[in-house]
Design a protein around this ligand. Structure first.
Ligand code: PLP
Length: 348
């Protein structure tokens, strides 16, 4: 597909900011070019220098780990930044549109609305899978992006590969697949399809399986043409030095990350079992993620009751497409036990 015709025209002309580090990128020497303070802060002098605006070291580490060229990796201040930039790169305000498949992650819609971009909603079917025909039917000449979230938040399920491929084969804009939870899923990641579809962008994040939500780091993988364009329109120093360093070392210790994922999967199994046994729980949805969606006709009461017990979960019962549903994140064993114990004292 010729993705060049999808970029917003005026951005093609824009010259990106050229930082001191762009104009001289050697590593030795006396650096008096960026107006930094040589003393640092009284707390630490580790952060007196600007971070690498191109994040070369971390991209190299991820490139070797994921076996993908560094030119196909974009790093952002959370995947939320990538979502924002992707919308800004392709969508003309008051003209273009995106397609989303509710119930899903609300940032796609929120961000599009902030930029005055139309949002076309094609709801998931009754087992929370995408309606391929309806999506393709909803697309028009101004539809630039389709956001799919797999495993989907807040439903928890991964989408079948065949359905996504049917969409990729026929959708005429960019398909963004948000894989924030794919490390918890037994289903295949859509990452390998990047070599087949140059209109595919896969989002991943350090916030969930990697346990670094507070550091704000998200990744977009895609065609190098799209990625270099995202790099051109981002803020110069969008990822800070501390984050770059911790993220690199976390990738290098993936075995420990994997161990934590295994623990969460074990706990998820136990929690699903326990939830299913409560008579006031109508349905526990299948989960390929680190959270569980369940349905109860006492959702609001149960939510409030748990808050009184100092346990906070997420209430979706008033949201369209998720009526009577609550979402709970899988915690540590002792946290999950407290939850189950509290539930066993809920009388309905
Ligand atoms: C948590 C989450 C993210 C992560 O966003 P960050 O900005 O990287 O923290 C992205 N997409 C979905 C669907 C999520 O649930």
């Amino acid at each position: 597909m010729d993705v060049n015709k999808l970029f917003r025209k005026h951005l093609i002309q824009v010259q990106p900011y050229s930082s001191a580090r762009d104009e001289f990128s050697g590593s030795g020497g006396i650096f008096l070019d960026a107006n930094e303070n040589p003393y640092g802060s009284p707390i630490t002098d580790k952060y007196s220098r600007y971070p690498d605006p191109h994040q070369r070291e971390l991209k190299q580490t991820i490139s070797e780990f994921k076996k993908i060229s560094a030119s196909r990796i974009f790093l952002g201040n959370g995947s939320d930044e990538a979502i924002d930039l992707i919308i800004r790169l392709f969508c003309e305000p008051q003209k273009d549109s995106i397609i989303i498949t509710p119930p899903t992650y609300s940032m796609y819609e929120v961000t599009a609305k902030l930029h005055n971009i139309d949002v076309i909603k094609v709801p998931l079917d009754n087992i929370f899978e995408p309606e391929v025909k309806d999506i393709l039917h909803a697309e028009n000449q101004n539809t630039k992006l389709l956001f799919l979230c797999s495993p989907n938040n807040p439903t928890g399920n991964a989408f079948p590969q065949e359905k996504v491929i049917q969409i990729l084969d026929r959708f005429e804009g960019i398909v963004v697949i948000d894989e924030a939870y794919s490390d918890f899923s037994p289903e295949k990641s859509f990452f390998p399809l990047l070599d087949t579809y140059n209109n595919l962008i896969v989002l991943q994040t350090f916030s969930k399986a990697y346990g670094l939500a507070g550091l704000r780091l998200g990744i977009a993988y895609g065609d190098s043409n799209i990625i270099s364009f995202l790099d051109k329109i981002k803020l110069p120093y969008n990822v800070n030095s501390y984050t770059l360093n911790i993220a690199k070392n976390t990738v290098l210790q993936f075995q420990s990350v994997q161990n934590n994922i295994f623990k969460i999967l074990e706990e998820r199994k136990k929690l699903i079992q326990a939830l299913s046994n409560f008579h006031f729980v109508e349905k526990v949805y299948h989960s390929d993620s680190n959270f569980i969606l369940f349905k109860t006709y006492f959702a609001d009461e149960l939510y409030r009751y748990l808050i009184e017990q100092n346990i906070i979960i997420r209430n979706f019962s008033q949201k369209p497409y998720c009526k009577h549903c609550l979402r709970v994140t899988v915690g540590k064993p002792e946290e999950n036990e407290m939850l189950i114990k509290a539930l066993s004292f809920f009388h309905k």
